[in-house]
Design a protein around this ligand. Structure first.
Ligand SMILES: *Cc1c(COP(=O)(O)O)cnc(C)c1O
Length: 358
């Protein structure tokens, strides 16, 4: 029986999508084989891949100035390939430190170029995000990198900063959660396993003119422009993940697009935050304007009750609520595929638990 899965990633996938995949698993159309067994260069797969790409472009209204890549290696590989590709000229890049993932991005980039940490919220344990107004940009830097949604701390930078420099963003846990202006970014990357589909696929949206300036001394597999030239088929792409992402994009379109999910995601997040804020038993440490709509950490007044809480959650069919080991407490990840009903059931359970132990 399927239960409510609040995992931060790999995360919940819509049951409609899974049911369709199940239906098609043994034989795709009348091709005589599953999608997994097919050449990525076949005309059938080509159509699946092209349609998925186009649906993604439609959903995010990605302008012609930008291209979309379907890659492997996760967001973690992007931590390395971004500085490798774009740091070779100015040899310096600006990074914003707002949580665990941007910290990792900085650590990896530091092996390749000089990182200028232009703003940080580490002083208060990442319980807020540095306001773009106070980012102290370098005069000479190749790009500015930030993470709009820190998955572990549940900290978000909701407004896209207006900068004169190329802007690069790790959107792993927030992509497709609401409409956004892609034209403001030179490069966006996101691992698929949070809000898109199965792990193994990494989405990149990059400005074409930015990609053209990538580092020609790198092996092709590490160069954005080479992946773009070959329509993400420089080598065998993650074909099954790409196919499933396409299913998710169709499902998002049919559900009402990003406007629909924006509203639903805000409703879900509001439900949870309102309850937490009105309770003296649960609390969320994040500055109100920096609260994530995707990942909501919360702590119980008595830490000794953590394990009881988690055990009873499981009995109620509410899974994977344990916070990241680095911050403790609880965390509810409520991506697009988590219905309002799942969040309501979580809140109902929290009320009962509070009444019993509060
Ligand atoms: C999950 C996550 C990552 C790491 O992704 P991998 O695909 O495992 O490399 C990086 N950044 C953010 C914001 C994430 O949520």
């Amino acid at each position: 029986m399927r239960k409510w899965n609040f995992c931060a990633g790999p995360a919940v996938i819509s049951e409609h999508v899974l049911a369709e995949v199940k239906e098609e698993l043994l034989e795709w159309g009348d091709s005589g084989m599953s999608i997994m067994e097919m050449s990525h260069r076949s005309s059938i797969y080509d159509e699946v891949a092209t349609t998925a790409k186009q649906d993604f472009i439609d959903l995010l209204k990605i302008p012609d100035s930008h291209d979309v890549l379907f890659l492997q290696g996760g967001a973690t590989q992007q931590f390395a390939t971004v500085p490798m590709n774009f740091g070779h000229i100015k040899k310096k890049a600006d990074y914003v430190l707002s949580g665990t993932w941007s910290k990792k991005a900085i650590s990896e980039a530091s092996k390749i170029l000089e990182v200028n940490t232009i703003a940080s919220s580490e002083d208060k344990n990442f319980s807020y995000a540095p306001d773009p107004k106070n980012w102290n940009l370098s005069e000479e830097s190749a790009y500015v990198h930030y993470c709009p949604n820190e998955t572990i701390q549940g900290v978000a930078i909701h407004n896209i900063p207006d900068l004169e420099k190329p802007l690069v963003a790790d959107m792993s846990s927030v992509i497709l959660s609401e409409p956004m202006d892609v034209s403001k970014f030179s490069l966006i990357y996101a691992g698929a396993q949070k809000n898109i589909g199965p792990a193994g696929l990494t989405m990149v949206i990059a400005e074409k003119s930015f990609m053209e300036a990538d580092n020609p001394d790198l092996p092709n597999i590490l160069r954005y422009s080479k992946h773009a030239e070959s329509d993400s088929m420089l080598n065998t792409p993650p074909t099954f993940g790409w196919y499933m992402a396409g299913k998710v994009f169709k499902w998002i379109k049919k559900s009402g697009g990003l406007e629909f999910f924006k509203e639903q995601n805000h409703t879900k997040a509001q439900t949870l935050y309102t309850y937490i804020d009105n309770s003296s038993f649960y609390s969320n440490p994040v500055n109100i304007e920096n609260r994530s709509i995707m990942n909501i950490p919360f702590i119980l007044a008595d830490k000794n009750l953590d394990s009881v809480f988690l055990k009873e959650c499981e009995e109620e069919g509410l899974l994977n609520l344990k916070g990241h080991r680095s911050v403790g407490g609880m965390r509810a990840s409520i991506y697009n595929a988590m219905p309002v009903e799942g969040v309501n059931q979580l809140v109902d359970f929290m009320k009962v638990f509070e009444a019993k132990h509060g």
